[in-house]
Design a binder for this molecule. Structure first.
Ligand code: GDP
Length: 327
């Protein structure tokens, strides 16, 4: 059986990818940090097949030890400080985990898999946040980066070091430049889930207002379940390469709010939504829209869930969760 090792296993994508690889017949190892990590215990209940291994992206020896246990054919580096707003207040931590963590993982792969003909295939979770103040629209694999947050800067380093290790040491290392991808498992700090959850709670009478930052920013939002498949497809190619995964469509935060409230039968959403500068960011990414043509042509990858279906899926999930809490 092929063996996969995933960092960021307790996050949204870790869950989807672990399920996907398990269905493909992989032995799946997930790296968890910290002592008595409550998210790890919960995840183990949900995914009993998962082998959890201790490790921390800040600690190279722990990564070496984790890879020695897992002996993986494929490593998926999804672990990061991934919330853009938090990266402004914890910039050094973000640089260390989201940026240098990639370098440590590459070094660990070289130590465990060898410096010649290394058999371990590596996937790096790069991000559309690297495009930031976009230089062209839509964004492709060749669009220059102009990150707008410590998170975006750290992801640029991660991306560049993957390309550099691939070119320097002949590693099978791929970087997936994924545009925003969401789903019922998205954390409540991200705007899609914050809004779908609030719409559900307002509908159920559990909450009376939704306090937001900018409504003007535009994102290319897809479904996480579609995107993890693209990660795996990248590692099945003959040659390592970098790919944009995106829907090719863009919506504003306001579109998201309107659609979420409409999904629970509320048309006068303005009545419930207030803006507060505390949710504004020191620098904003105004517009993202990706061009997934290369992934379609070379991988045969295409997103299956469109924005409206995604938001309805998330709202239905939040209605069910919140109604159950109320009982
Ligand atoms: P990001 O694209 O990785 O930053 O994903 P987020 O889901 O955190 O934010 C997407 C966009 O929504 C950004 O432009 C935010 O500034 C905007 N936004 C507006 N209000 C909010 C809010 O209350 N929370 C979050 N997370 N984002 C918000």
């Amino acid at each position: 059986m092929p063996r996969a090792f995933i960092t960021g296993i307790t996050g949204q994508d870790g869950f989807h990818l672990a399920e996907f690889l398990h269905d493909k017949g992989y032995d799946v190892y997930g790296m968890v940090k910290g002592q008595n990590n409550p998210r790890a215990a919960k995840l183990q209940e949900e995914l009993p097949f998962l082998e959890l291994v201790p490790g921390d992206l800040a600690d190279l020896p722990s990564l070496v030890a984790a890879l020695q246990i897992a002996q993986p054919d494929e490593v998926y580096n999804l672990g990061a400080i991934s919330f853009v707003a938090l990266s402004f207040s914890q910039a050094e931590l973000t640089a260390n985990i989201t940026g240098l963590g990639v370098l440590r993982m590459l070094e660990a792969i070289r130590m465990v898999g060898g410096t010649q003909n290394n058999p371990i295939r590596f996937y790096q979770a790069s991000s559309s946040e690297m495009f930031g103040k976009v230089r062209e629209t839509p964004q492709t694999e060749l669009t220059p980066f102009h990150p707008r947050s410590p998170y975006g800067c750290a992801k640029v380093f991660g991306h560049d070091i993957v390309v550099n290790y691939r070119e320097s040491y002949d590693l099978f290392a791929c970087s997936g430049i994924l545009f925003n991808h969401e789903g019922p498992r998205r954390g409540l700090e991200f705007v899609t889930r914050k809004v779908t959850n609030a719409a559900a709670r307002i509908k159920l009478g559990l909450q009376h207002e939704l306090v937001m930052g900018t409504l003007d920013a535009k994102r290319d939002w897809g479904y996480a379940g579609d995107y993890v498949k693209g990660m795996w497809m990248m590692l099945q190619q003959d040659q390592p390469d970098d790919f944009v995964l995106a829907t090719g469509e863009t919506q504003s935060v306001q579109d998201l709010v309107e659609l979420s409230f409409a999904a629970v039968g509320i048309d006068d959403w303005q009545q419930y939504v207030r803006q507060d500068p505390k949710f504004y960011r020191p620098a904003e990414v105004d517009l993202l829209i990706g061009d997934p043509a290369k992934a379609k042509a070379q991988l045969g990858w295409e997103p299956e869930v469109d924005f409206s279906t995604l938001i309805h899926m998330m709202v239905e999930n939040d209605l069910a969760i919140e109604a159950a809490k109320g009982r």
